[in-house]
Design a protein around this ligand. Structure first.
Ligand code: ASP
Length: 349
């Protein structure tokens, strides 16, 4: 690939859909399949085959044997947090613009309607466990930055380096790509790239045999963010929401957009009003597009939902027949990956 000037680079980065159209938004991708047979207990996560199995299996083991639903979803989330291969969650997550990994996580427990969260937490591999302690061992709901770290250390967590070599090299490449006017030379391979800032995050939602719900959302957030930036993941109602009378929802993708519509709360509220989990996820995607009318959609957001009876839904703004939004489900019928709907095809760059 030819080298790109700073100006070209910015142009490429800004490529996206401009939405000017009024009128109803159609679902372009993946005709909704037959709803699954709802079963309890059940666990879902916002990933496909590979991570879906890894995350859902330990969670399912707990649910199947009658264990606590919050224990189950957190057990699943911790698998990704501890795995350095995943660069969007926990240990091995991509760092902020200064090369420091800052993690966000939230948990919510249906039976008590209680929640806990941490944001911009450094040096602790498993932010979801700290979020749970905020919920269970403080009178607060969210701790951030240094305070969150001190709290974690007080509870015996170990201070560790979260930046893996893989993540450091990706960060360095991004840094060297930023400008041809600063003192960083182009990346070692001599090529400016398109400045990809990968997203990730995981939501894990569960329901036990009695219909009690819990959820967790955990992430390293937007790659190369400004230090201190907090996305939707640790914000209750945005990246996660659980209502024990109705169901649970979680969001991934560009957090700023999810925060603007209180996304997960919106999904659960729509289910409360009688929409199916699938309809609720699609309407949340449409709502984000509506509030962005006239602007470029150069981002994606995805919602997953689990209703109290075990029915599920998944939808995203962007997708393609090869890469539709997915959700991994484990219930008595076994493991399955559900392919959801999307509003627009990924823009061709
Ligand atoms: N929602 C996350 C955030 O904005 C990022 C992601 O899901 O990739 O921090």
């Amino acid at each position: 690939m030819a080298q790109l000037s700073r100006r070209d680079f910015l142009k490429v980065s800004a490529a996206g859909l401009t939405l000017s159209a009024a009128g109803p938004l159609a679902i372009v991708g993946q005709a909704p399949r037959e709803p699954i047979r709802p079963r309890r207990p059940a666990v879902v996560c916002s990933r496909g085959e590979y991570w879906g199995r890894k995350v859902n299996e330990p969670a399912w083991e707990i649910l199947r044997s009658g264990g606590n639903v919050l224990d189950a979803v957190i057990k699943g989330a911790v698998v990704v947090e501890l795995d350095p291969e995943d660069t969007s969650v926990g240990y091995g997550g991509l760092p902020n613009e200064e090369g420091e990994v800052e993690l966000d996580a939230s948990v919510m427990y249906g039976p008590t309607h209680n929640c806990g969260a941490v944001a911009a937490l450094r040096h602790i591999k498993t932010p979801s466990l700290v979020a749970r302690l905020v919920m269970e061992r403080t009178d607060h709901m969210m701790l951030v930055g240094k305070g969150a770290l001190k709290f974690a250390l007080a509870h015996g967590f170990k201070k560790e380096n979260l930046l893996t070599e893989k993540a450091r090299l990706q960060w360095l490449k991004w840094k060297e790509n930023l400008s041809d006017e600063d003192d960083w030379l182009p990346p070692a391979d001599g090529k400016y790239s398109e400045g990809d800032r990968p997203t990730g995050t995981i939501n894990v939602l569960g329901v036990d045999a009695d219909g009690n719900l819990a959820g967790v959302t955990t992430t390293s957030g937007l790659a190369f963010k400004i230090p201190g930036r907090v996305g939707d993941s640790p914000i209750i109602g945005a990246g996660l929401y659980v209502d024990n009378e109705v169901g649970a929802a979680g969001a991934t993708g560009r957090g700023e957009e999810v925060i603007r519509i209180c996304g997960s709360f919106y999904v659960v509220s729509l289910m409360r009003a009688g929409k199916t989990p699938q309809e609720a996820c699609e309407l949340a995607c449409k709502r984000i597009v509506e509030v962005n009318r006239g602007r470029k959609i150069d981002f994606n957001d995805k919602f997953i939902a689990l209703r109290k009876d075990g029915q599920v839904g998944v939808a995203s703004i962007l997708g393609s027949p090869d890469r539709p939004p997915e959700l991994a489900l484990w219930n008595e019928d076994g493991f399955q990956v559900i392919r959801g709907t999307y509003l627009y095809e990924y823009p061709k760059s």
